[in-house]
Design a protein around this ligand. Structure first.
Ligand SMILES: Nc1ncnc2c1ncn2[C@@H]1O[C@H](COP(=O)(O)OP(=O)(O)OP(=O)(O)O)[C@@H](O)[C@H]1O
Length: 387
């Protein structure tokens, strides 16, 4: 395949990045080059996912940000401060860290685990207690029941929630998450991802999230950084662009031949994608917006979807229609209809839009999303129950 020269591998320019890597490299004493000459910025409030094959330097990159590993070249700034000149203990109190193996203290209760950093910071007991309660609530755990348990008395998903609560306890501006959900069964992982997205919309931390799982990165990431062996950054872009315009053969191979299908879930249905209803394609009486890919339309039953939904939701709803014509609403009114041909054209158009400079990302809805408008909405997110 051809390499797309318009796709960025250069660091983004941001007025005020929260994290900034400049020419960062790591060569371990045995000569292994884990990371080579890495430069990128993470703007405040962004969730950046690092993906790539095993051993490509994702964890090393993350650990250099909080100085668990020292770079052998280059500079890392967090909130404008050179981490090499920052006391590691002080630095780590400003950076929440969650790892796959969770790392909860087994001999401490959930409350004591979550209160670890506030205790180290010398907060008084009442303040710690209030903060721990708030954090457990935030991650969907009941402080009264779960707070006094020990880690081994929790499910894997609950332990991960405690890990996230602990990382957030001192309200750090930056969170580093290293495969936090990968040791959890797929159903629990799906829930945790949905809840983490909800949480992130609320707290807007600057997050660097390492994952093996491309679908997890597509679902969670504002941008995705694709690494290859030797800590080489191949592409850093929003998910839709990574899938629509892979910068190199490596990224194309990594994202797979079904990347167009994956792209459906990060591409928004726009008003201009719709066709005018033809005579006979009138709405069935009483059929209003169904809030997305609703129940399969039985004989004579029409489902509909809102402008702002993902193309994946639109495809799902379209497949549930006997007629092959899907009503699309905006602000409660019929905006047009979607057909298989229009859906195909919408996807192709969205890829072409990526070639235009200064266009908005597909992850930005052009209309206020309706109930169906979960813009980054891979698999339908279940509720926020406990895992
Ligand atoms: N302490 C070390 N000494 C020598 N080599 C190391 C050390 N730690 C990591 N490496 C090597 O550095 C490279 C990058 O490792 P790293 O853990 O950053 O990769 P990764 O992308 O996070 O991998 P995975 O996805 O398997 O967790 C690998 O080749 C690894 O073997």
């Amino acid at each position: 395949m051809t390499v797309d020269p318009t796709t960025s591998v250069e660091p983004t320019t941001s007025a005020d990045p929260m994290i900034s890597l400049r020419g960062v490299g790591k060569r371990y004493p045995d000569g292994t080059v884990a990371v080579a000459d890495l430069s990128f910025d993470v703007p405040a409030g962004e969730l950046l996912c690092l993906v790539g094959p095993s051993g490509c330097g994702k964890t090393t990159t993350m650990k250099m940000i909080n100085r668990l590993v020292e770079p052998t070249s280059g500079r890392i700034l967090v909130a404008g401060e050179d981490v090499a000149r920052t006391d590691p203990v002080r630095l780590r109190r400003r950076i929440g860290y969650v790892i796959q193996q969770i790392g909860l203290f087994p001999h401490l209760t959930v409350r004591a685990n979550v209160g670890t950093v506030p205790r180290l910071l010398g907060w008084d007991r009442a303040r710690i207690r209030a903060r721990v309660d708030a954090m457990l609530d935030l991650v969907g755990l009941d402080p009264a029941t779960v707070g006094k348990r020990y880690p081994h008395e929790l499910s894997g998903g609950q332990q991960q929630r405690v890990g996230v609560a602990r990382a957030l306890a001192a309200d750090p501006p930056v969170l580093l998450l290293d495969e936090p959900f990968s040791a959890i069964d797929p159903i629990a992982r799906d829930r945790l991802q949905a809840e983490f997205l909800r949480l992130q919309r609320e707290i807007r931390k600057t997050v660097v999230f390492v994952t093996h799982d491309l679908d997890e990165a597509i679902r969670l990431g504002d941008r995705i950084a694709v690494f290859r062996q030797g800590g080489q950054l191949e592409q850093i872009d929003p998910p839709a662009r990574i899938l629509g315009r892979p910068a190199t053969d490596f990224v194309a191979g990594f994202t797979g031949s079904d990347r167009a299908l994956r792209r459906l879930s990060v591409t928004t249905l726009r008003r201009e994608d719709l066709e005018a209803p033809r005579p006979g394609q009138v709405e069935a009486a009483g059929a209003g917006p169904a809030g997305g890919a609703g129940p399969a339309g039985g004989a004579g039953q029409r489902v509909s979807i809102e402008v702002g939904a993902s193309l994946r939701e639109a495809l799902s709803a379209l497949l549930a229609q006997d007629s092959g014509v899907l009503d699309v609403h905006a602000h409660g009114e019929l905006a047009g209809v979607l057909t298989p041909a229009a859906l195909h054209a919408a996807l192709r158009r969205s890829v072409a839009r990526d070639d235009e400079p200064d266009t908005e990302s597909d992850t930005e809805p052009e209309e206020p999303a309706g109930p169906a408008g979960s813009v980054r909405s891979a698999p339908a997110a279940p509720g926020c129950g406990q895992v």
